[in-house]
Structure formats: structure tokens, C-alpha cells
Design a protein around this ligand. Structure first.
Ligand code: ZN
Length: 105
């Protein structure tokens, strides 16, 4: 049996690919914070790739910041295909340029 090959971006502690080569490679999250000091959520973005078929996804996760220790709101997850996510990024750039919102970053 050959050793499983992981992509360079794979975060091994969370990768689920087994010795038979089945599972999902996953990256560590990139954080997209909300600059509002009163923000109650942030976004996390991860790369995911199925194995061995190789379906590529961007996993967008909306994470709620706990304001109350008893508050256990679950993250909301939007797995987007690589094609959809890149199309979304292109549309966001196009629309922000159209609106003159490039200074919002
Ligand atoms: Zn992996």
C-alpha cells in the first residue's frame, strides 16, 4: 500500500483521508474578521478537496462569537465549488469597483 499524498496546503490534524485514500483534505482556516468592535460573528475560509475523486471546494463558515457562555450557536457552513467561489470573488470585485467601494477593505 502506498502512502497517502496530501496537497501542500493540507492541515494534517484535521484531514480525514484514510490509508485507503478516501476522505477529505482540508486546510487550516483563513480568518475574515468583521472590523466592527461590536461584531458577533466572523468568517472562516478553508480549502477542501475530496479524495480520491478530487472535488474542490471553498468552505465558507459563518462563526458566531459567544457573547454569553450559555449561547452555543452552531456555525453556518456554505461549501462552494471552486468554480462558484471564484465566480463569486470575481463578481464581488466587479461590483465593488462599479460602486467605488474598493476602500472598504
Ligand atoms: Zn490531507
Amino acid at each position: 500500500m502506498s502512502a497517502v499524498q496530501h496537497p501542500s496546503w493540507c492541515f494534517l490534524p484535521e484531514c480525514s483521508v484514510n490509508e485507503a485514500g478516501h476522505g477529505t483534505h482540508i486546510s487550516s482556516p483563513a480568518l475574515v474578521p468583521d472590523p466592527d468592535p461590536g461584531a458577533f460573528m466572523h468568517l472562516e475560509l478553508r480549502l477542501m478537496q475530496g479524495a480520491p475523486e478530487g472535488t474542490r471546494l471553498f468552505d465558507v463558515r459563518l462563526v458566531f462569537i459567544q457573547l454569553d457562555p450559555d449561547d452555543d450557536a452552531e456555525p453556518v457552513e456554505f461549501p462552494l465549488s471552486a468554480e462558484m467561489a471564484l465566480g463569486l470573488a470575481e463578481q464581488i470585485q466587479r461590483m465593488s469597483a462599479f460602486a467605488g467601494w474598493e476602500d472598504a477593505r
